[in-house]
Design a protein around this ligand. Structure first.
Ligand SMILES: [Zn+2]
Length: 131
C-alpha cells in the first residue's frame, strides 16, 4: 500500500483573509470544479480551472469562500445566476451554477457542479402546468 494521497491544498480564504491549508473535499477533473474547505472558518471554496471559467464566461470574478448557512436553498421554480452556489436539500449537496441553457415552456436547464455529486443538469424557473 502506498502513502496516503495528499488531500490538502494551500489556498486563499476570503473570509479568514489569508492563505490556509485547506481540506480537499472533491478533486474535480479539468472540466469540473475542485472543492476545498477552510478548516478555520468551515467555509467551502470552489476552485475553477481556466476551462470552467471560460465556460461560465467569467474572467476575474470568482466566488471566494462561501459559508454553508448563507447558501440559498435550491428550488425548481427558482432563478439562479452563473457562479451562484445553492444548497440542494434532497441530495444534501452544494452546487454551483456553471451554465444556463435555453428557456422552454417547462423551465430552463442549468448545468451545476455539485460538491459531492459532480456535474449534473437540473431545472430552474420550473413552471408547473398542473393548474
Ligand atoms: Zn477560512
Amino acid at each position: 500500500m502506498g502513502p496516503e494521497v495528499q488531500r490538502r491544498k494551500s489556498h486563499f480564504c476570503s473570509v479568514c483573509q489569508r492563505v490556509v491549508k485547506m481540506d480537499m473535499l472533491r478533486k474535480g477533473p479539468v472540466d469540473d470544479v475542485t472543492w476545498l474547505k477552510c478548516p478555520d472558518c468551515e467555509g467551502i471554496v470552489p476552485v475553477l480551472s481556466a476551462a470552467i471559467k471560460e465556460l461560465m464566461g467569467m474572467k476575474e470574478e470568482v466566488p471566494g469562500t462561501v459559508m454553508k448557512n448563507e447558501c440559498p436553498e435550491y428550488e425548481m421554480s427558482g432563478n439562479y445566476d452563473v457562479g451562484q452556489i445553492f444548497y440542494h436539500k434532497i441530495w444534501d449537496d452544494y452546487g454551483m451554477v456553471l451554465q444556463k441553457g435555453k428557456e422552454s415552456q417547462k423551465g430552463r436547464a442549468i448545468m451545476v457542479s455539485f460538491l459531492r455529486g459532480g456535474l449534473k443538469k437540473i431545472v430552474e424557473n420550473y413552471q408547473s402546468l398542473d393548474t
